[in-house]
Design a protein around this ligand. Structure first.
Ligand code: SAM
Ligand code: SF4
Length: 339
């Protein structure tokens, strides 16, 4: 058996359609400090007890095995990852794993002003910050909490600290955020950040999603073109990236669209997910999970984890099927999976 310092290389993680999986999303908590209606319930939430969550050591062990199978990109998410204490300790461990080239974090930004410097020092490579609106009233309608100022402070603190490519994510909701599209575009241009609009998916905890609440990426693009002139398609260095990116014609700023509902990108998906309590999922919309925590907490060796990862990914369906007559929503909502 190789010592922990020795690098083991294993064949890549393939599904039955030949998609190679190199991107792992790690949820570190199901807790959050706000309550976005498209993700969490407002009240009566039963968070997972702390001892059910993977420890940092368990996450590290899992990532080490995944990296030996070709996983090279990680995204830390949740719930709100910054509410997990000592998160930068985990990041420090993950960036040091052989084969891991890119570690990113998705946050709502509320705690970012106080944590940006520690995150930067931990070696975190990239930050995505959620920003659906620049209007405090709309922010409160979405999140059922106050806090837009803190998010903005977090964004600027992150930049001050040296995070260069900051990406802002906005979930677009028909009937609610149309008026936010152009101001968000202006904000991204003014501060030279990248803005990405994401279609609302049926993963809200309260099960209220309706397809007429989806503001299609194409409609947002039309709105932006009316305000700023034509958008020019940007190069697509990574075909598995879910976003279709554009540049403004004057070269200032970049805009991307993640259109999982109106233009599913499942055929290029290379993502695998592990929930905060160590359940592996091959899709946001999986209705099946594979129990990695049971292996990580047993005497199982790495080969059993390898087998579990292979089984999970091999079972991946061709697509999420949101618009199919037989679509079944997963029991878990976004905050319990990790977006
Ligand atoms: N709390 C962090 C945040 O909000 O950035 C990280 C976790 S959150 C679940 C990850 C991303 O999923 C966020 O950009 C969030 O806006 C997005 N999201 C949550 N629910 C969604 C839904 N039903 N449809 C589309 N995107 C959603
Ligand atoms: Fe919290 Fe992120 Fe879900 Fe909003 S989207 S409730 S910030 S986990």
């Amino acid at each position: 058996m190789p010592s922990p310092a020795e690098t083991v290389r294993r064949p890549p993680i393939l599904d039955s359609l030949g998609r190679v999986h190199s991107n792992l999303r790690i949820s570190v908590t199901d807790r959050c400090n706000i309550r976005c209606f498209y993700c969490m319930p407002d009240e009566n939430i039963r968070f997972k007890p702390r001892d059910e969550l993977l420890t940092f050591e368990e996450i590290e062990q899992f990532v080490r095995v995944a990296a030996s199978m070709g996983v090279n990109k990680l995204r830390i998410t949740g719930g709100e990852p910054l509410v997990r204490s000592e998160l930068s300790e985990l990041i420090r461990k993950l960036v040091a794993i052989d084969g891991i080239e890119d570690v990113a974090l998705t946050t709502n930004g509320i705690l970012l002003a106080e944590q940006a410097a520690t995150l930067k020092a931990s070696g975190l490579h990239r930050l995505n910050i959620s920003l659906d609106t620049l209007n405090e009233a709309t922010f409160q309608r979405i999140t059922r909490r106050a806090g837009l100022e803190r998010v903005l402070e977090g964004i600027f603190a992150a930049r001050e600290t040296g995070f260069e490519r900051i990406r802002l994510n906005a979930v677009a909701i028909a009937g609610l955020t149309e008026d936010d599209v152009v101001p968000l575009g202006e904000f991204a241009r003014a501060h030279k950040m990248e803005m990405r609009f994401i279609e609302f998916m049926p993963l809200d905890a309260e099960g209220n999603w309706q397809d007429d609440q989806v503001l299609p990426g194409e409609a947002i693009r039309a709105q932006l073109e009316q305000a700023f002139g034509p958008l020019v398609p940007a190069a697509r260095p990574d075909p598995s990236q879910p976003a279709v990116d554009y540049q403004f014609a004057d070269g200032i700023g970049k805009i991307g669209f993640i259109n999982p509902v109106s233009q599913p990108f499942c055929s290029d998906c290379n993502r695998l997910r592990i929930t905060a309590e160590g359940q592996l999922r091959n899709c946001l919309f999986s209705t099946t999970e594979w129990d990695a925590r049971a292996l990580l907490r047993s005497t199982a060796d790495d080969n059993e984890i390898v087998e579990l990862i292979r089984q999970c990914v091999w079972a991946k369906k061709p697509g999420h099927g949101i618009d199919g007559a037989d679509f079944v929503r997963p029991e878990r909502a976004m905050y319990q999976i990790g977006g």
